[in-house]
Each structure stands twice: as structure tokens, then as C-alpha cells.
Design a protein around this ligand. Sequence first.
Ligand SMILES: Nc1nc2c(c(=O)[nH]1)N[C@H]1C(S)=C(S)[C@@H](COP(=O)(O)OP(=O)(O)OC[C@H]3O[C@@H](n4cnc5c(=O)[nH]c(N)nc54)[C@H](O)[C@@H]3O)O[C@H]1N2
Ligand SMILES: Nc1nc2c(c(=O)[nH]1)N[C@H]1C(S)=C(S)[C@@H](COP(=O)(O)OP(=O)(O)OC[C@H]3O[C@@H](n4cnc5c(=O)[nH]c(N)nc54)[C@H](O)[C@@H]3O)O[C@H]1N2
Ligand code: SF4
Ligand SMILES: [Mo]
Length: 725
Amino acid sequence: MLRQRDGHLSRDLVRTPGGFGLGQVPARHKPDATADLVCGYCSTGCRLTVHLKDGAPVNLTPTPGYPVNRGTACPKGWEALTVLDAPDRATTPLLRDGAGNQRPVSWDAALGTMVERFKAIQARHGAGSLAFLSTGQMPTEEMALLGALAKFGMGMLHGDGNTRQCMATSVVAYKQAFGFDAPPYTYRDFEESDVVVFVGANPCIAHPILWERVLRNPHDPAVVVVDPRFTETAMQAAQHLPLRPKSDQSLLYGVARILIERGWVDAAYVEAHTRGYEAYAAFVQQFTLDRVAADTGLEPGEIERLAATIHAGERVSFWWTMGVNQSYQGVRTAQAVIDLALLTGNMGRPGTGANSITGQCNAMGSRLFSNTTNLLGGHDFGDAGDRSKVAGVLGIDPEVIPHEPSWAYHEIVKGILEERIKGLWVIATNTAHSWINQSQVRDVLGRLDFLVVQDMYASTETARMADLVLPAAAWGEKDGTFINSERRIGTIRKVAAAPGEALADFAIFKLVAEYWGCGEQFRAWESPEATFQIIKRLSAGQPCDITGIADYAMLDERGGIQWPCPAGGPPPAPGSERRLFEDGHFHHPDGRARFLFEDPRALPEAPGERYPFLLLTGRGTAAQWHTQTRTAKSAVLRKLYPDRVYVEINPSDARALGIRPHARVEVRSRRGRIRATAFVTRSVQPGHLFVPMHYAVTNRLTDAVFDPYSKQPSYKACAVDVGPV
Ligand SMILES: Nc1nc2c(c(=O)[nH]1)N[C@H]1C(S)=C(S)[C@@H](COP(=O)(O)OP(=O)(O)OC[C@H]3O[C@@H](n4cnc5c(=O)[nH]c(N)nc54)[C@H](O)[C@@H]3O)O[C@H]1N2
Ligand SMILES: Nc1nc2c(c(=O)[nH]1)N[C@H]1C(S)=C(S)[C@@H](COP(=O)(O)OP(=O)(O)OC[C@H]3O[C@@H](n4cnc5c(=O)[nH]c(N)nc54)[C@H](O)[C@@H]3O)O[C@H]1N2
Ligand code: SF4
Ligand SMILES: [Mo]
């Protein structure tokens, strides 16, 4: 029987016909062997080789010959094993008792309580009163299982993930422009461009191994960086455009106007493969050099130089990341980048493309298979044909599939405030640190009737607020696949035992299904690899079709495989790289890409008398990962970054305010105040401050405004004041 009233989860319990849980994943390696895993941090997707002695991991080195990283790794990758072993790992479920303390309980008690509480909430407030928040850091198999379980098994309507904070803008920008969320590039494009333009991206810190690929480019490329800060990447660029934050649209439209005026456009490409050019060309006329210089604060000559560089390039690639996506006008800014690539015919050829770099190791898996914004496999909840197709693959009644996508993250937060959502299940994300406007979100989480947090550590800001903590196995302790930025699917595998009673997220989801009473519905999802076969079937006929990938072994042999890979075609050669749209055919019914544009809007919170500075946030060092639950566990990584929160301030501002280097200062916004150490540096412009996102206090300052199309938070610019303590 599954239900055991007391005692720990027994091996019998986990060896049910469903086949899941502890010890279920067969070791696919011999003692004293090696195992290769895709890295579990960033979306670069490096492969790491774990060295095993007596079946246990003893060391790790970057995998030579893998087409992504070719034997290199950044410090986080090198230290990936050490962070697994930490005193604050969650090793048993923890349930809050009547006195408010989190106490260890058995899995049976934990899941019995979770199901009882969640069902009671649904009975009282309706099916939509339960929601989940998940992640871009779990294998695709786990994401798909969670999404299917929550919506088709447990009847939830709403679930979103931290990818809303990160990639939602790119998803919408690509869908509208290309007809599908399809980042077109392959990493080799970094090496084949003669002009590489980064907009709002700092790969030296955030994607160091991709930056290495730029350094390997044999064509001596002109690197251009558009970023208000003089970042590590900008320092190495041929041209840095330190524009005013959120003036990118004006700059990109102004560059388009110059290109059009001088006849520097690829008219044949525009004519054959796009739609909307006439309106776009007319629209950008208003972005005269004078206007753009005024909007951006850039010298007119610098703007003209960028246009000339793009024109001179034969293979120009445009890359964007969070400086574009995390904005109240992110989608239209991303599309302004896409427009330039279309206008100049820099698409579908080596070294070209309008390329969004992803954030987390499996943000791409989440985009296609989390069952939140898109129905499983990049399908549409609103399309009856898509619903019946997915229902057919899963053998379920199409009527259990919601007809609308989930609420976005901030709508779920609002739903909690309005008492419409009473139960929340948070998986592999640290909401109470990373969500915008943190002081409010903590209040919000406190209003829930029942909060379940599933994490590898019991000490995260969010786990400490939970009514129930479910202990999860981490990267290295479970099997599955990730999809990286260039759409490459690669495997992770179990090389270490999870501590205590921690279980793989996959196993936890299977157990929840059993306790909920819908286990039968997920019988076929018996293991990650069996689930991969389901995912393949869900992808059939989609632009992300992967029916041609046989199994995990094939992924390993080929050095990962990029989507699409439909059945029937020749499987890609080992180590090969592929880009999309080489035939100029896009995913809209007419096959054409769209020019999309809109009037730029003013900053929602412009600096003024009381708050005269503009605060930027983002990644601080290559050794820190997000909310630091993992990277802070490595003694090596801790030596590579400042342990105390710091704020970057320009020397002229520091002088005017009497702030000395390393002095304690206070940074204030309309929402909160924090203390930090002053880092006096020219890397920020006068009037700007920068605080890394890795410190829990940062999001006390940020302003909860969102892009209207992608609903992504605008983390990167709000008004603040600073002064000595
Ligand atoms: N070491 C490390 N690497 C990481 C991560 C990590 O936590 N640590 N996280 C991963 C994840 S999930 C993500 S999403 C990526 C993020 O990777 P990036 O987006 O490259 O990193 P950020 O520092 O968030 O933002 C990039 C730049 O945007 C600039 N910016 C701010 N406002 C504007 C603007 O209005 N216009 C322009 N043009 N630029 C602007 C900032 O100054 C910053 O330098 O990194 C991934 N890699
Ligand atoms: N101010 C500001 N805020 C930002 C940003 C910014 O630039 N500025 N960037 C935003 C972006 S792009 C992102 S992606 C988010 C990231 O924000 P978060 O997702 O909150 O950050 P992480 O620290 O990566 O949180 C992941 C959590 O999952 C846990 N975990 C790791 N592996 C596993 C696993 O296998 N299973 C389970 N169950 N748990 C696991 C970790 O311990 C950690 O608690 O932050 C956003 N917040
Ligand atoms: S660059 Fe990204 S994928 Fe590669 S080792 Fe570093 S964190 Fe891992
Ligand atoms: Mo991200």
C-alpha cells in the first residue's frame, strides 16, 4: 500500500508499480568510471565530466570535445559538486506545528497533510485557488510531469515559473515576429560573425563560456556593446554605447532610420521573407539623429558609427539578454533588435541572427514543456485542435485541459492578495528573494492558507516561510534532460545519492499523484526516460519536433542534439551545429517574419527631486548564482565575490555626496531602504547606481512594473536615493 501511517518512506513504498523514488535510478556507470552531465547553472549548457571512485563522485572536469564548451567551464561549473554537500540541505520533510516551528515528519505524513490541506482549500475556494510557481532549473521531464499533474491531475488553473522573470519577453517577441518561440542561432555563430552586437547582455559575467566563443572568432569581429554600464564585456568591445536606461528602442529605431535613408538595407530579403516593412520604415522616420541623441544621451557620431558598422558587416549577429527583457517595454525592444536583423538580411546565414540568450540551464525546456503559458510542447491552450492533440497523446479527456493559459507570476501574487489563491506550491525557485518588490511578496506569502516549498535546501528565504518543506534531490542526484540556449538537448544523470530522505523532484511529483488519487493517470510516466518518450510524442509536428531522437543514449553519443530533430530525417552528426530559418521560411502561416514596433514610453519611475538616482540591478560576478543558495556553499566561489551587499556609484556622485570608497551607505526607494558598501567606480554613469541581484535586500528597492505583453517584471530601472549612513 502507498499510504503508510507512520514511519519513514520504505523502499517498498517507492517501488510501487509506478516505479519511482529512492534507488530507482539505475547507475549507468561502472565504479571508477566517469559520467558526463550538462551543467545545472546557466543556459550555456556546458558538459562536465564527473569522475567516480567506488561509484561515488570524487572530482569534476569540463568535458573535452563537447560542441558547447570544448573542455572549458566557469568557476560555478568547476564547483558544481561541492555545493551538494551542505549542512542546510533539506533531508526530511518539515511540517510547521501548532507552535509555528518546522518539525521533521515522514514523507507519508508530509504528503498526507499536503493533499488534505490542498483538497480542503479547493473544496472551499474552487479549483483555481491552488497554484504553483516553478523554475527553469529542473529537467524537462520534471517540468512536464509537474505541469501535467497540477493541471490535468489536481485541477489547478494557474502555475508559472521564474522564467517569467527572465525569458517571457523573448518568448512573446519571437512568437509575434517568427510565429513560434524559436531562437534561431547556434553557438558557432559567435565564431562566424564579423560584427557581434550585444544589447543589454554581459556575457563575460553571465555566460563566460559563450564569451570564450566570441574570443575564438578568427575573423577579428567588431564587438559592440549597448549597455548603460561600462561592464566587463563593454571593456573589451570595439564600441560601447552607454545609453540612458530603457532608451534602447529609440536607439534601434534611429539606427534603422539611418540604414533605410542610406539604402543600407537588404531589400531582396525584406521583400521575400518579411511583412510590415512599409509601416516600419514610415514609423522610424521620426527617430532623427537629434531625437535619438536626446533620448539616449549618446553622441550623434556614436549612433552613426553603429549604423555604419552594421552596414559594413557581412555577417552581423545581434544578441540580447536581461537589459532588454526585464523592462516595461521589453517585447517591443526585443522586436526592435529583430527588426534590424530582418532589415539587413542578417538571418539564417552563418554568423547572423536576432538572438536571445537564455538564462537558466533549462529555461528553454520550461518555455516549451512547463504547461503554464503554453500547453505542453509549445501548443496553445486556447486552440481546440491543440487540446485534443495533447489529450490524445496523454490518453486523457480533452475537457480536463484548461482553455486558457495560466495567470502570470504577478497575477498569481495578486490572486493571493485578493484571497483568490489560498494554496501555493513553490518548486526550485526562491520567490522571497528574487521576486520584484520583495517586502510586498513576503507579506503576500504570509497570507496563504498553505505554502509548500520544494527545495534542495531548507534554509532559503522562501523555505523558511513554508508550512511544509519537501526535500529535493539536486543536479547530480537525478536523471533528465536540459535544453540550452541554442536549443541543444543534453542529459544530466545521477552520480551521487541525495542526502537523507531527499527525493528527486520527479519522484516527489509521482508520490503527490499517488496521494492525490490520480496516480493511474501518470502510470506511463514511470521514469524520466519514459517521460522523455512522452515529451517526444508531444513535440510531434511542432517546430520543436524531437521525434527523431531515440533516447538518452543517442543524446550522449551525439554530443547533445538541437531541436528540431523530426523522425525520418537523418540524425545530426556528432558535434554538429544547426541554425534555424536558413530557407527564409518562418512559422507564421504565410512563412514571413513580421516587423513589429511601437512608440517608446517614458520610464514608469523617473528620477526626481526625492529619488534622484536610477538603480540598475543584475549579475555581479561569474561566481555568484542568483539568490546564492548554491554558490554560497562553495569556499572557492566565496573567495571570488564580495560577501556583503555593495552598490556601485560613480566617483563624481560619491564626491558630491561625501561618500568615500568602501563607506557604508543607505540606498532608499519608495518601497524600502537597504544598507550597502559603496564601490566607487566609473563603470556606472553619474546619476546611476548598480546593486547585484544576489543579495536578498536588493528587491526591497525594485518597482513592480511589467511589460504589458510578456508580463515580465522591469527589474532594471527604478528611482532611488543614496547617502552616507
Ligand atoms: N554568474 C552568473 N551567471 C548567470 C546568472 C547568475 O545569476 N550568475 N544567471 C543566469 C540567468 S537566469 C540569466 S537571465 C542571465 C542574465 O544575463 P545578463 O542579462 O547578461 O545579466 P544582467 O546582469 O542581469 O543584465 C545584463 C546587463 O543589462 C544592462 N542593462 C540594464 N538596463 C539596461 C537597458 O535599459 N538597456 C540596455 N541595453 N542594457 C541594460 C545591465 O547594466 C547589465 O549589464 O545570466 C545567467 N547567467
Ligand atoms: N533585482 C533583480 N531581481 C532578479 C533579477 C535581476 O536581474 N534583478 N533576475 C531575475 C531572473 S532572470 C531570474 S532567472 C530569477 C532567479 O530567481 P530564483 O529562481 O529565485 O533564484 P535561484 O537562487 O536560482 O533559486 C532556485 C532555487 O531552487 C533550488 N534548487 C536548485 N536545484 C533544485 C532542484 O533540482 N530541485 C529543487 N526542488 N530545488 C532546487 C535552489 O536551492 C534555490 O532555492 O531572479 C530574478 N530576479
Ligand atoms: S558557463 Fe554556465 S553552463 Fe558553463 S560551466 Fe559556467 S555556469 Fe555551467
Ligand atoms: Mo534568468
